[in-house]
Structure formats: C-alpha cells, structure tokens
Design a protein around this ligand. Structure first.
Ligand code: AMP
Length: 426
C-alpha cells in the first residue's frame, strides 16, 4: 500500500476499535468511581493564556520546553496561548476565577499536549483522567484522593499497581532542604550532566527527577527530604500513612520521589506498573499543591489531586493480560434485496428500541449482503427479498449457530425481536 500524503502529526495517533472501545469503558469506570466520591465533572478549555502554565513550573521541562504555544489572531494585542500540558493549573485558574464553595471536588478527562520525544507510551497528545480537591489542608483529603485513584485501578482489574509515597514538606521544610541540596550539588557539580547543572540553579529539587545516567551517582548521595521535614509536615505525613494503612492501601516510601511539576508541597505520590519498562512505568501521580491557587491570583487555598495517563493504564492492562476485548457487537444485520428502502425503515425502527443494527448500502446482491452479514459479527440476519416484501414478512437467519431460518410477520417484528435474540443466545 502506498503511503498517503498526510499522516497524523508526529506523536499523535488515530485511536480506533478495539482500543477506542477500551478507552470508553475505562473512562466510564473512572466517571462512576469519581461520582461515587462526590466529585463533579469539570470541562475546561483545551488552551489557556500561557501564563497559567508558566506559573506552575518555570523550571520544569513540561513548561520550558514542551508546550505547544501560539498567538491568536487579534491584530492589536494578540494573546499568547498554550495547549494545556496538564490540567491542575487550569483547574486552579478556574477556582480563582469562580471562587466556588469549598471543599471543591472535581474530576476531569481529556487530552493533554506536550512536545515530547515520542516513544512507546509517550505521546505529544495523550489522554488523562484526574481529580482535584481544593480548599482543605486536612490530611484525610490526601488519603481520599489516593484511595479514589487506587479504587479506579482496582475496578478496572489491575492488581499489580504500586503506590510510591513521599512528602516534600511545607514551604519552610522545603526552604531548608533546598539550601542543603544547593550546597551538596554545588560541591559535586563537575559530576552532574550539563542540563542538571542548569536545573540546579533554577530548582535544585528537580535535579532529583533527572533520569540521565550520568546524574545517578550524585543523586544517590544527595540529602533526603525526610531529614528536613518540620513537625507540621511530619505530622501530616504520619496521618496520611496511618490512613492508607487503615484502608488497606499498600505504599512504598520513596524519599527521592519528586514529581515533574514544580508546585507540589507535602504529600506527593506516583502509581507505577512494575511490569512496564521503567521509562514509561508511571501510570499516574499527584500530590498537594497548597500555594498554586494563590500563585494564579486566587485566595490562599490548599489543594490536592492526581492525574492518570489512560494510554499507560491500558499498557499496564495489557501487561497484566486483562485487556477487555469484548466489543459490543452487532445484534442484527439487515439483508434487503428489494432496493434498500425496507432496510432503511427497519434499521431505524430497531435502533429506536435499542437494538444494535447494521445494513448494506449500494443495493448489492444477496450473496454479497450475506457475506457482509457474516463478517459483521451480528447474531441474526433479517432477510427481506421480493417474496418477503410481497407477503409482508421477513426471514430470520441465525448467523452464529446452525443457520436456522424462520419466517416472521413484518408487523410484529419489533415486538418479538428482543425475545428472539435472547432465545438465540441460549
Ligand atoms: P504528569 O502530569 O507528568 O504527572 O503525568 C501524569 C501521568 O500522565 C503519567 O503518570 C503518565 O501516565 C501520563 N503521561 C504523562 N506524559 C505523557 C505522555 N507524553 N504520553 C503519554 N502519557 C503521559
């Protein structure tokens, strides 16, 4: 087959059946899980003023290197906009704008955009689901958020997902930790990669997130945040850990876990699928971001949330061999050799009562239509030829079993069909 002139842009995909079906069913589970926790859906714009994202992390690569940004067409003062690389910032912007009653509990789903180097499980457009809980410093909010995400993984059947947990402490703890990190990295500067030497000056914490091989030796010897948490942060972290244990949620303390974005405080966590390659084994993550709403011009407001990557979640399902390949198949295929008008009316009639129906187009021969019916995966063919039309009847043919045929009165078809379909499944 010759390659067509236009291809989906690099790092993007056309998602088709059966993957699109799997995505829909995973999204449905997510929606049900979040609704049952008292979270309401928020649908926010796909793009924002670029400042919204620059606020969330001037030192993270997501913001400095990976944003798709553009100017709008206003001739006088074009606005600098960016496709969203994540949704927490948009949601904090929405909070600052609408000032809803707290606690404000929202969930979302939708595509995010990052100009990354595409590879397996890493795209330039990818789907995330997530939740945010704003307006409370209560550590029980942290526990609820983690529990809800764990519930989602459990409900879709994943059993191997591991929860990595850390605390980055409050602003004061972070300050003293940052100071220690700066001193440590400065004295080991020559062993760091060029990029990390640059990051170190903007946000030393982010160096810990480097995946570059040459940085690993220095990172291993770096001071641990755990030794710099003040009593408030330690207290908060203990309540979170106790709560998770109380709910039977296993976790692994990972004092070097810093997340990709700059805004996190106190609790941070990541969900990993151990049977995926380490470059893309993070299926989701999140944490507390107590200063973010204020940074976006809102009142001081605490917040905690998570985001889960849907493509990675499906990869984890595949690795655990639990990919749902059951598609809602067709129930009926209409074979009409009388010109197609009967098929047109009958397919509409049956779809209106919720039966999954398809038909052929182009007035094809009986043989070609029967072949299409077989290929369609439908359970029953409804055949309308000249004889049937004249007698006001239809012929039903069982496509899955012996090929049994029965003749039925056209008038009573809609009424009898659900029962007949039930019978053929026995
Ligand atoms: P982050 O906002 O970077 O913490 O990402 C949250 C989750 O989104 C990750 O754990 C991944 O599952 C997913 N994710 C992030 N970036 C990408 C990408 N470029 N392609 C596919 N999934 C991604």
């Amino acid at each position: 087959m010759s390659k067509s002139r236009y291809q989906a842009p690099k790092g993007t995909r056309d998602i088709m059946v059966p993957e699109s079906n799997r995505i829909s069913s995973v999204l449905k589970v997510f929606e049900d899980t979040l609704n049952s926790g008292g979270y309401g859906q928020i649908i926010s714009p796909l793009f924002e003023e670029i400042g919204v994202f620059q606020r969330i992390g001037g030192s993270s690569e997501v913001v400095t290197k990976e944003m798709f940004d553009f100017y709008d067409k206003d001739p006088k003062s074009p606005q600098h906009l960016a496709l969203r690389p994540e949704l927490t910032a948009s949601i904090c912007r929405a909070f600052a704008q609408h000032r809803p009653v707290t606690p404000w509990k929202v969930w979302y789903q939708g595509p995010q955009f990052r100009y990354e180097k595409p590879q397996a499980g890493r795209y330039r457009q990818f789907l995330q689901v997530g939740a945010e809980l704003l307006g409370t410093p209560d550590p029980h909010a942290d526990i609820e958020i983690i529990a809800i995400a764990s519930n989602f993984f459990r409900k879709i059947g994943l059993s191997g997902i591991k929860l990595l947990l850390n605390s980055l402490g409050d602003a004061n703890s972070r300050k003293s930790y940052n100071k220690a990190l700066v001193e440590y990295f400065a004295s080991n500067q020559e062993d760091l990669s060029e990029q990390s030497q640059e990051t170190m000056l903007k946000n030393p914490l982010r160096v810990l997130d480097s995946k570059r091989q040459e940085d690993q030796g220095v990172i291993e010897g770096a001071p641990l945040i755990t030794d710099f948490l003040n009593s408030d942060s330690v207290n908060h972290f203990h309540i979170v850990q106790d709560g998770l244990s109380l709910l039977g949620i296993d976790y692994e303390l990972t004092p070097r876990l810093v997340r990709g974005l700059d805004y996190y405080t106190k609790t941070t966590f990541e969900f990993v699928a151990p049977n995926l390659d380490s470059a893309q084994n993070a299926v989701g993550g999140g944490g507390r971001y107590d200063g973010l709403v204020e940074a976006l011009g809102g009142p001081p407001t605490e917040g905690i949330g998570f985001a889960i990557g849907i493509e990675r979640t499906l990869m984890a399902c595949e690795a655990e061999n639990i990919l749902d390949s059951s598609v809602q198949s067709l129930e009926v295929f209409i074979v009409d050799t009388t010109g197609g008008k009967e098929a047109l009316v009958l397919s509409e009639e049956l779809r209106q009562i919720g039966i999954r129906v398809d038909r052929s187009f182009d007035q094809r021969s009986m043989k070609a239509q029967m072949k299409a019916a077989d290929r369609s995966g439908a359970e029953l063919a409804i055949i309308i030829g000249t004889d049937e039309l004249n007698e006001n009847q239809v012929t039903l043919r069982d496509l899955r079993g012996e090929g049994t045929q029965t003749v039925l009165d056209r008038q009573s078809l809609s009424k009898k069909l659900p029962k007949i379909l039930e019978e053929t499944r026995k």
